[in-house]
Design a binder for this molecule. Structure first.
Ligand code: NAP
Length: 297
């Protein structure tokens, strides 16, 4: 239980609603900033403007998955208010106040370090990233279906990267009957791809496997689908880039060649916000409870 703990939820999308439900069930004191257009009235959760909120007794601040942008602005789909988080605001919180975000950026890193507050990046955790790969895979399948006129079954699919998302994507497309090749750079990844019954290739040999690719799915957050590789793909190839912005594809060249290349961020929030929110709520519940226990000694 989080009785006696004051948690501020600042901005976000439908995923945050599951987090707010969890906080209510756990009896936390809740301040909602950037939610004034949310119709649902959460009993016991106070809606405030960032300029009016009292930061001095906040034990934890929960930001959206993206955290802030590089000017400190927080995305608020339930508000027209511009919510900007600053180092000065964070300095008003108690020293033990922890900031939870999905990912970070130089602004958020600098602001939390400057205010000497602990920043927890939930998506750096293996458990969150692996659970989150489940709705990500479903979103990728949805995009493949929407943007092709052929079945996934029987298609030549290339997946780049065998991280937490790449592995889930590779397994799912193989189960749907695609002929899956997976590109990686580590020999242990090549071994794992082989063990999974899929066809491995080293990323150095990427250009030699694309001549019959139907769908190319990138999970590597670095420029990997370069112009020289796109130039060897058949013109009907669909590229789905799910790596974090700006992706790992030369989108300019793909467009010039007439190859459809889509950057597909935030798939869990689009295809399954409830599940994606529940994943975050489950982990946050454990972390906040641990925080409270540590403070009580
Ligand atoms: P991860 O576990 O860290 O895996 C990243 C993979 O990329 C690893 O196989 C890694 O290989 C490889 N890699 C990284 N840099 C590389 C480089 N310069 N050259 C070659 N390979 C490189 O990450 P993840 O959790 O799978 O997430 C992958 C990406 O998807 C991230 O950008 C994440 O933000 C994004 N994501 C997007 C969505 C969405 O909805 N679109 C959802 C979840 C995650 P090594 O081990 O060899 O470094």
């Amino acid at each position: 239980m989080l009785t006696g703990m004051h948690v501020a939820v600042i901005g976000g999308d439908a995923r945050q609603l599951e987090i707010i439900k969890m906080l209510i069930e756990q009896d936390a004191k809740i301040t909602l900033i950037g939610f004034e257009q949310l119709d649902h009235a959460f009993t016991g959760a106070a809606k405030e403007k960032v300029t009016d909120a009292d930061f001095s007794d906040m034990d934890a601040i929960i930001l959206p998955v993206a955290g802030t942008n590089n000017e400190g602005q927080v995305d608020t789909i339930f508000s027209n208010e511009k919510v900007v988080l600053t180092e000065e605001l964070l300095k008003q919180t108690p020293e033990h106040c922890t900031i939870y975000s999905g990912i970070s950026n130089p602004y958020l890193d600098k602001m939390t370090a400057g205010a000497k507050r602990n920043l927890v990046k939930l998506f750096s955790r293996d458990d969150v990233a692996i659970y989150n790969s489940i709705p990500t895979v479903e979103g990728t399948i949805m995009m493949a279906i929407q943007h092709t006129d052929f079945t996934i079954h029987g298609s030549n699919v290339i997946i780049l990267g065998l991280g937490r998302v790449g592995m889930s994507v590779a397994r799912a497309f193989a189960s749907l009957g695609a002929k899956v090749k997976v590109g990686a750079r580590k020999s242990e990844h090549i071994a794992r791809i082989t063990e999974m019954g899929l066809t491995p290739f080293h990323l150095d040999d990427f250009d030699s496997v694309v001549k019959d690719v139907d769908i190319c799915i990138n999970t590597i957050p670095a420029l990997i689908v370069k112009a020289s590789i796109i130039s060897k793909m058949p013109s009907h190839t669909l590229i789905i880039d799910i790596a974090s912005k700006p992706g790992g594809t030369d989108f300019r060249y793909a467009e010039k060649r007439g190859i459809k290349a889509l950057l597909a961020p935030s798939l869990p929030g689009i295809v399954a916000p409830k599940t994606a929110g529940q994943i975050l709520a489950g982990v946050l519940s454990q972390l906040l409870e641990q925080d409270l226990k540590n403070r009580k000694g």
